[in-house]
Design a protein around this ligand. Structure first.
Ligand SMILES: [Zn+2]
Length: 189
């Protein structure tokens, strides 16, 4: 599962680094089962003398979104003013873990929306642009046409919603809901 590891190797969150019996977990790592994993994106240091493995953060990492990055995530909690998004993909790169982003109502749509519940609901897949990463929080926008919900589920029965003109429709229970849907809304068969 691990393969050959050496100091200086570039690793990303979730990369298995060592077997716990061989190396103790140092900074930038975590333990799950019998393996030590990297918690961050950076460079691995194998301290063979002290039998310790650590990861030192990379200054610039391709897996961490920057301002302008397009990300894909799953909507977690939603309230009237904002929602939390668990970011799973940055650009074309799938993250081994996830990062939290926040979408505020004022960045959700080019039109006035009363509540974020009219933009997305928990469990929806959403495509967004990173507009700020102040204080290590990824602030998201879904204003552009191609941004917004790409796959949404019926709040009543959980079935996938179809995008029909400007409304979201559940073919199973006939429920009609609102979303800020992306022009690239996924059509599943
Ligand atoms: Zn339904």
């Amino acid at each position: 599962m691990i393969g050959e590891r050496r100091s200086g190797q570039f690793v990303t969150p979730g990369t298995p680094l060592a077997i716990i019996e061989e190396f103790l977990p140092g900074p930038g790592t975590y333990v799950e089962g019998c393996y030590v994993y990297s918690k961050i994106t950076g460079y691995m240091l194998l301290d063979t003398l002290n039998k310790k493995v650590s990861v030192y953060p990379a200054v610039k990492s391709p897996n961490v979104p920057t301002v302008g990055s397009i990300v894909l995530g799953i909507v977690e909690s939603v309230n009237f003013k904002s929602c939390d998004v668990s970011i799973k993909v940055v650009g074309r790169r799938k993250l081994s873990g996830s990062l939290m982003g926040v979408l505020h109502i004022s960045d959700a749509s080019p039109h006035y929306v009363e509540s974020v519940f009219d933009v997305c609901r928990p469990g929806d897949y959403i495509k967004a642009e990173v507009i700020s990463n102040k204080n290590r929080t990824f602030h998201l926008s879904t204003v552009d046409r191609n941004l917004g919900v790409v796959l949404a589920f019926c709040s009543r029965c959980g079935y996938q919603l179809s995008k029909e003109n400007r409304r979201m429709y559940c073919k199973r229970c006939k429920n009609v809901e609102k979303r800020k849907a992306s022009s690239e809304y996924w059509v599943l068969t």
